[in-house]
Write a protein that binds this ligand. Structure first.
Ligand code: NDP
Ligand code: HSE
Length: 434
């Protein structure tokens, strides 16, 4: 039995999906039973990397969703609207949905999951996090027996590509970003990549799956790489670290009413050179899941681009197609594949969290400065791992401090006192350290 696929969007990801569906040879036998029936684009006259019959293309995405020949709707338009409304429209029509759209899922996932559960259809999102890496279904299913302590990772391909090429070749930030856009890695608005928003969308999705409750997306502390200075990457390297944009979701405890306390955040981070995530370069992503009793499990692979992402999208289509074939079009939902949430979660106020930190200070170059900085940290119980003076010129010095793990509130209080020292010209950079 052939299954009709309706594609919303034929850009980087959509064209990759169309390419797989039109070339089933050598793939899973079910791929040959999927047929692309309608495709929505913005501009039908645009040249495409895949050859499709003209009659398949339309500029009316609702017509694709409503087409009776379309059994599964694949949303790869991106952005919030009309993507959200089209997903809800498909669900209302009883059609399963596959989407790569992390922006929509991070903000409207609960609404979409509730609508899908009420209507008894699947919404699968494997491509929304980690590109070609299977991480969504493993978190939902294969690791379901675990208490997840932490999910951390490099989950934005564009920024990892930029940071890797800047570190390995000294390439200029703007040039590498343009290259990432040309290769189809970046979002339509690349600010989502470089300001950390895309990684925040993804970690909120992973946290929801790992901890079973929805996360307030707008409350996630988020810092991207656009303000990262090359000299900090260089000093970090001299101290034995690499800088990566890290997304972290960590379980800190539970409230008396059972609400889970989470620390969820995105920021550039100094990783020791021997850390498993430090060797993840280019467009690759990696996600480290720490759970009890499994221990540490790492997922690694290409995190963006047409091929990897369409691999994940088509895997979701195959999951749905396989279940339809086994159970009939209206068969019961498999609870592990279907979305679900069962706990309350809340983000812990950032001042109460604990981290290691890197600080770069611009100071006057005179006797006693390092001692006075050390005293400010000591007064707030902030323990220092190392303090190093780098550049010195014209009576000015740069001092880099790495702290042990300390409370964020104490660290901020110490930093405020340091900023007030007459010898300190500026607190030039602060970064997290693992
Ligand atoms: P593109 O910008 O390359 O493609 C978007 C497609 O949607 C285009 O074909 C565009 O038409 C079409 N489109 C946009 N608006 C409308 C509309 N109103 N009606 C009909 N068609 C419309 O995006 P990507 O393929 O890169 O990304 C798609 C989704 O996948 C996004 O949610 C993205 O975050 C996600 N994603 C992307 C990855 C990647 O590596 N690129 C990886 C993982 C997820 P036209 O071609 O005519 O302009
Ligand atoms: N812009 C995203 C990235 C695409 O660079 O990771 C994959 O989600």
């Amino acid at each position: 039995m052939t299954i009709g696929v309706g594609l919303l969007g034929l850009g980087t990801v959509g064209a990759g999906v169309a390419d797989i569906l039109s070339n089933p040879s050598g793939r899973h036998p079910l791929v040959g039973q999927l047929e692309l029936r309608r495709v929505a684009v913005r501009d039908v006259s645009r040249p495409r990397p895949v050859a499709l019959a003209d009659h398949l293309l339309t500029t009316d995405p609702e017509a694709v969703v409503d087409d009776p020949a379309v059994d599964i709707v694949v949303e790869v338009i991106g952005g919030l609207e009309p993507a959200r409304s089209l997903i809800l429209r498909a669900i209302a029509a009883g059609k399963p949905v596959v989407t790569a759209n992390k922006a929509v899922i991070a903000r409207y996932g609960q609404e979409i999951a509730a609508a899908a559960a009420a209507r008894g259809v699947y919404v699968l999102i494997e491509a929304a996090v980690g590109g070609g890496i299977p991480i969504i279904e493993p978190l939902k299913q294969s690791l379901g027996a675990n208490r997840i302590q932490r999910v951390s990772g490099i989950i934005n391909g564009t920024t990892n590509y930029i940071l890797s090429r800047m570190a390995s070749e000294g390439a200029a930030y703007g040039d590498v970003l343009a290259e990432a856009q040309r290769l189809g890695y970046a979002e339509a608005d690349p600010a989502a990549d470089v300001e950390g928003g895309d990684a925040a969308d993804k970690i909120s999705i992973l946290a929801t799956l790992a901890y079973g409750g929805s996360i307030e997306r707008s409350a996630i502390p988020t810092e991207g790489i656009s303000r990262l200075e090359a000299r900090d990457v260089d000093y970090a390297a001299q101290l034995g670290f690499v800088v990566k944009l890290l997304a972290v979701a960590e379980h800190l405890g539970s409230d008396p009413d059972g609400t889970e306390q989470l620390d969820v955040r995105v920021h550039p981070t100094l990783l020791p050179k021997d850390h498993p995530l430090a060797g993840v370069h280019g467009v690759n992503n990696a996600i480290l899941v720490e759970g009890e009793p499994v221990g540490q499990v790492m997922f690694y692979g290409p995190g963006a681009g047409a091929g990897p992402t369409s691999s994940a999208v088509v895997a979701d289509i195959l999951n749905i197609a396989g279940i339809r074939q086994a159970a009939g079009a209206n068969g019961a939902l498999d609870p592990l594949l279907a979305a679900g949430s069962w706990r309350q979660c809340r983000l812990v106020e950032s001042g109460l969290t604990q981290h290691r930190n890197y600080v770069r200070l611009e100071t006057t170059d005179e006797a006693g400065v390092i001692g006075r900085i050390g005293t400010c940290f000591g007064r707030e119980q902030v323990s220092i791992q190392s303090i190093v003076q780098f550049e010195t010129s014209g009576g000015a010095a740069e001092i880099v401090v790495i702290t042990h793990e300390v409370s964020e509130a104490s660290f901020r209080a110490a930093l405020a006192a340091i900023a007030d020292l007459p010898e300190v010209q500026t607190v030039a950079a602060t970064l997290r350290t693992l």
